[in-house]
Design a protein. Sequence first.
Length: 393
Amino acid sequence: MITTGRVLSLRTVSALTLNLSLVILFVRGRGSLLRLPSDPGYSYISDAARNGLFSLNEGDPYFHIAARSLAWVTSWFPLSWQAVVLASLVHLVWGGCAMTISRVVKLESKSTTMALLAGALLVAAPHASESSIGNVGNVKWPLLTSLLVICSSGLAVRHFRSLSLGLMIIVGLSNPLTVLCLAPLTALSFRMRAKTSHALRLGGVCLLIFFIQVIKVGGSAVLSGQSARVARPWEGMGIFWWSGWVGPIVISLAIITTLWFISRPLNLLDRFEFLLAGTAFVAAVASYLMGGIGDRYFVLPMTISLIALIMTIRGLVISERARRIALVIALIGILVPTAKWFDTGWYMTGGPTWNSEVERANQSCITQSSSVAELSLSPDGSVELDCEYVLRD
């Protein structure tokens, strides 16, 4: 098996993953670091500036305390700094999620190489380039990805009890699809055969928080998903969208089929990669049903399915040379789309920078004696802010 890096401690691997992830994220997002995307726009920050901590209780329509917490911290800073501060905080969350994933994979594989690769798969996800990297509105996806990886690992559930419980609460109050954690947790509970296992407790917390989200948005909204979702392929839909839509499903089914034939069926639920593949498949289907064909819905299932892929290759009972060749081929296949869609796209980089808009708004408020200033967002759209708010700094 591939065991490079066994001598490195879990703490060292975590630090390496975090640093590597932040470098990748800031390089990928260099074009969007100074801009605010039109969705969610400035609303989270203005809510936080107006209502402080009480803004965490606001929904749109469900609770999203992860994004609103970052916006609340951002509201402490001068207006002209807020775009770069918010994007940096979002990068830190993504880096932390990549670090969490690497810790789980390190625990499962005892391999530094596999741990670093797994963490990098999240921050280098090609489909994250469209509207996810640096966007506070989509910070719920890397958080849920890391939580699902934990919930698919019996070792992680037992060893990272405080981390898994804290993440379950935060992610559950940020993304209703956290209910997907029930699938791997149920499988783990079945295999552990312990009614008091932490997997069962995590599942109970997950279910409780899901009911809180249901009460917040209403049962009909939970069942219907997003009303504006794109449910069918459109004419000229490119490989970016096709790969993100069907890729995780194909990869997951291929892994599940392979493991089914090479493992004893009764032992499948003990295999981390099998639970990962099953989780990725369920997440891909659920994401499509709730949100349709959308780039932000691709990041989670694609990342988890690819982690399952490299872990499956690692566990194949073949020669070490053949295993390394298979892993290299898989990595080359992953790197091609990552290189093609590495930089953040037009949605995050269009329009003027936020600090230039703040400077223009300042001049408008002073010279024209206006009561309201309009600031442009990326790639289009705008937000109106009171001049008293614009000039406060």
